[in-house]
Design a protein around this ligand. Sequence first.
Ligand code: C5P
Length: 406
Amino acid sequence: MDLKGKKIVLGLSGGVACYKAAELCRALVKEGAQVQVVMTEAATHFIGTVTMQALSGRTVYLDQWDGRIPNNMAHIDLTRNADAILVAPCSADFLFKLAHGATDDLLSTLCLARPHGVPLLAAPAMNVEMWEKPPTQRNVAQLKEDGVRILGPAAGSQACGETGMGRMLEPEQLLEEVIAAFQPKVLAGKRVLITAGPTYEAIDPVRGITNLSSGKMGYAIARAAREAGAEVTLVSGPTALDVPHGVRRVDVQSARQMLDAVMDRVEGQHVFVGVAAVADWRVDNVSPHKIKKDAGGHAPELTFAQNPDILASVAATTSINGWPYCVGFAAESENLIEYGAVKREKKGIPLLVGNIGPQTFGQDENAIVLFDDSGHTALPQASKLSLARQLVSEIAKRLEKRSLLA
Ligand code: C5P
């Protein structure tokens, strides 16, 4: 539970996206947060206080003059212990209020009254025309300058029947953003390129060879790096996973496509993490047509060619200016400690992450060992996301050490 014990004020302003706020409230509670809902009067036209109260398990407040707060200082009482404030949905009007320091209702007053250091996050939701107009854009720019985190909006079809920017992010994405707000920004300003998932090597137009990699570890590292403040590009083989919010995904199938996608983007990257289970071999005699089962009565003869080593290719480019810092993965079924150290040397990389494979493929947990020039360190069994966060922190430490040495 990534939000265990965190006190979140969830503010709702008026907009049809209030229906998503119900789901969001539930998701926050499920993740361990104590959610205090505060609504504007306009929000109550879109969703009932009863719904939000039932989902949060706490009294919902609307009014600055609510007699249920003994000292009549709701704006102070509700924010002094808060760990974060999230306004979702944040209407065009409420963006204006936040940008101008308005205090004409409880929600705007408590946003202004929040103590220094309590992050304010706002998830805009409005019609595309309202979003694109200069006054709204000016308010958004001002809020960003003031340190308010603007989450979204997304583009797509809108409740009003129009299409464009202005949809509120989905509850799952907002949950990821709230969780990210509590992660240390150890990779702020850094660019990270990651490969993940399996590759797929065609035999003919409908058949191919792949492996059991689920992509979960690579996707978890992408999410953890983004949470740590990095700009993340994920080059992914075929997987069934959702891309973490805020991560740019490039879809590929074969090892050669993966190599091209990586080499096209490697310049300017600070970190490269090769997590993909890249096929060592590809079919050399790919048939342009579907191979007939009954052709001649015998099985087709496949010949194979060796695939390029993507990690080694990236590592070779680092000799030019030292970047990116390269991290490799190795799944070994035995002698992990011995093989891991040897593989790191062979690949010519500063950090290698070993795990006992292939039984971790597709699982939600893993245990890893980090190999670098000073030896090895074990990170015990944990969720892949937790290990990914630890790995990101280890990478950040090493980057810092490098920049101190440079
Ligand atoms: O040599 P081995 O396949 O065990 O190395 C695993 C590491 O190398 C992983 O980081 C994997 O992503 C990377 N790799 C690669 N291209 C290949 C094979 C492996 O980038 N063709």
